[in-house]
Design a protein around this ligand. Structure first.
Ligand code: MLT
Length: 410
């Protein structure tokens, strides 16, 4: 008889986005003529950039030729991609990384869910609230918490509340913590951490001997040149932070799947005997044991995102989505909503009207405007009363969604 992992019972029955998908499907089935506009899950809509397509086509041809065919690749990623990452994402911003500090993967969702495995079950974890749910759920599954209380919080986490007063950028914890997840530009609030805020976090991690797991999946959406794209732009961060990056939103890879995690060799945890252990070694062991590398064709496509044409084309796509975000911000403001984010991230975070709960607002928006968004409470208790809309869609759908929202709420 196989006993199950009881920690799963502590979670809501369904992950946030499948639950939204289920509700939208039920609505669409009951209203077959409704033209539903989906601004819920942050899924890209523009086709892959021509430079990426050309590189992937060429890679497929290589796979069809005996001389150039590839079987298993290096688990950590092909040199051509790691080199492009080192040069474009890091050296160009003054950050020197060794090739074996970069681990190419098939997505930041997996990396951010898996990384907790290299820490002890007793590790004290801090998360912001609201937060990308994977950080929370993966730690609950591992058994780091008790069941959620009536307030929706899991005893065991340290919650750092992001609210209007702190611009949704909470300070580091004031109590002892081993590991803290940070996401900037932030999903879900669309806000971004300044250099001074990241400096505060790095100083905290150094002082308290803690680790920062920095999720920078949306760094490509930063438009102000004074804002850091990587936590390693902050001196000292290479001693205390791991960084997650993704091609999903920056190069339209949500359906292609490619990402990477940076694990500098200087970042250490503590073994049972008090000895310092490099997290790079642990992650390399985990990665090479449980993963056989992202596919060659996909990595060729990802590397093409750094070519001259690839950069120009993907930058134009990001500008297109950010114009959508600007239109949403303005349209929602004109309809009387208080909105946040959407300037350095594709997400708009809005306060619901009339004190409606996040799910009440979801139902109202779906039934009256046929627009789908994401309830803020799905990202944590502090998201209650808020709602997220994404700028990922065609211009026609964004315009139509704004017009409908203004009709219903304006
Ligand atoms: C989101 O909508 O929050 C993201 O698309 C989810 C993800 O990246 O996994």
């Amino acid at each position: 008889m196989a006993r199950i992992n009881e920690h799963y019972a502590k979670l809501p029955a369904s992950y946030l986005f499948p639950e939204i998908g289920r509700r939208v499907k039920a609505y669409a089935a009951a209203h077959p003529d409704a033209k539903v506009i989906r601004l819920g899950i942050g899924d890209v809509t523009e086709p892959l950039a021509p430079a990426i397509i050309a590189a992937m086509h060429a890679a497929v041809d290589e796979m069809g030729n005996r001389e150039t065919f590839k079987g298993y690749g290096p688990e950590q990623g092909y040199d051509f991609l790691i080199e492009a990452i080192r040069q474009h994402d890091y050296a160009a911003r003054g950050v020197d990384l060794a090739a074996d500090e970069i681990f190419v993967s098939d997505g930041s969702k997996c990396d951010s869910g898996n990384v907790q495995e290299i820490f002890a079950l007793s590790a004290k974890v801090a998360v912001t609230d609201p937060v990308y749910p994977v950080y929370v759920d993966s730690n609950v599954m591992a058994g780091r918490t008790a069941a959620a209380g009536p307030d929706g919080r899991y005893p065991g986490f340290v919650y750092l509340v992001g609210n209007e007063a702190n611009g949704f950028q909470p300070d580091p914890p004031g109590e002892p913590v081993d590991v803290a997840y940070l996401c900037s530009p932030n999903n879900p609030t669309g806000t971004v951490a300044t250099r001074a805020q990241l400096e505060k976090w790095v100083a905290w991690a150094k002082q308290t001997d803690s680790i920062i797991l920095f999720d920078a999946a949306y760094e490509g959406y930063i438009s102000d040149p004074s804002l850091p794209h990587s936590i390693y732009e902050i001196p000292g961060a290479k001693d205390v932070a791991l960084e997650l990056r993704s091609f999903s939103k920056r190069a339209g890879f949500t359906g292609v799947r490619c990402a990477f995690m940076v694990v500098p060799k200087a970042v250490t945890g503590v073994g049972a005997g008090g000895e310092r252990v490099s997290l790079n070694k642990l992650w390399a062991r985990r990665h090479t044991t449980k993963f056989n590398g992202a596919s060659y064709v996909v990595q060729k496509g990802a590397a093409a995102a750094y070519s001259k044409d690839g950069l120009a084309q993907t930058t134009a796509q990001i500008a297109f989505y950010m114009e959508n975000a600007r239109l949403l911000r303005e349209g929602l403001t004109a309809a009387g909503f208080t909105v946040f984010g959407g300037v350095h991230a594709p997400y708009i975070w809005l306060r619901t009207q009339g004190g409606a709960s996040s799910w009440e607002f979801f139902d109202r928006l779906l039934s009256q405007a046929q627009v789908v968004g994401t309830p803020g409470s799905g990202f944590g208790p502090a998201g209650e009363g808020y709602f997220r809309l994404s700028g990922f869609n065609s211009r026609a759908n964004i315009d139509e969604a704004i017009a409908r929202i203004r009709r219903v709420f304006g």
